[in-house]
Design a protein around this ligand. Structure first.
Ligand code: C5J
Length: 221
């Protein structure tokens, strides 16, 4: 299945590909979460939800493997380095009590994936203490067990957790495709730069394409 991608077409093999949805959790996308405590406008991220939902629905219909991630720490913060918790000047730090429960803590209301993209039973959900989806998680083993060789990425934020995860995946030998309209940053110029740098130098980190290109290919299957 050929996807019209940049810098050149991506040969998608859905049987050996997974859709990886990075951190579409209330903490980043809804008011009152970690993203807003850092001073960001979360409405920018909310704008991609319809495109993400359409892509997720089509991928599920095609029978593809789905992976959801959440940036999540244990309640005792034993997996949160002080350097991460104490950096910067947010109004609330990781572990503090916020309007949606404790910030970035597993199991808290704010740590749940937004309703529009909620995982279905059987889909993989990875709680990750870092920005990358592979660091200190079982993701690599789960993908290997499922025979996955290609990853389609969407989610937030483009230049932080999405880019880190895509680089980790690239180093582990996966062909990665970033869905341009299904990822966003609080800083549009950071998104633009991240998208450009990932596909530069002959897809040095991976490919990028609008989700319509994948939807069209799946529809013509
Ligand atoms: C951030 C993320 N931006 N999911 N996390 O801290 O990108």
């Amino acid at each position: 299945m050929q996807i019209d991608a940049q810098p050149f077409p991506f040969e998608l093999d859905p049987a050996h590909a997974a859709l990886v949805i990075i951190d579409m959790q209330r903490d980043f996308v809804e008011p009152g979460g970690f993203g807003e405590t850092l001073g960001n406008d979360v409405s920018l991220l909310q704008a991609i939800v319809p495109a993400c939902a359409a892509m997720l629905s089509a991928w599920r219909q095609a029978g593809g493997l789905v992976v959801h991630t959440r940036e999540a720490h244990q309640a005792d913060l034993s997996d949160c380095p002080p350097a991460k918790r104490l950096r910067g000047n947010p109004t609330l730090r990781i572990g503090d009590e916020g309007p949606m429960g404790r910030i970035l803590i597993a199991g808290e209301p704010g740590n749940q994936i937004i309703d529009a993209l909620a995982p279905l039973p059987g889909e993989i959900v990875i709680d990750k203490p870092g920005k990358g989806a592979f660091y200190a998680t079982p993701l690599q083993n789960l993908l290997q067990q499922a025979g996955i060789r290609q990853l389609l990425f969407m989610g937030v934020t483009t230049e932080v957790c999405v880019q880190t995860s895509m680089r980790e995946a690239n180093d582990r030998g996966y062909d990665c495709l970033l869905l341009e309209d299904c990822t966003e940053s609080y800083f549009p110029h950071f998104k633009a730069a991240a998208v450009e740098m990932m596909r530069a130098q002959g897809a040095i980190v991976g490919w990028t394409a609008p989700s319509a290109a994948v939807l069209a290919a799946l529809a013509n299957k």
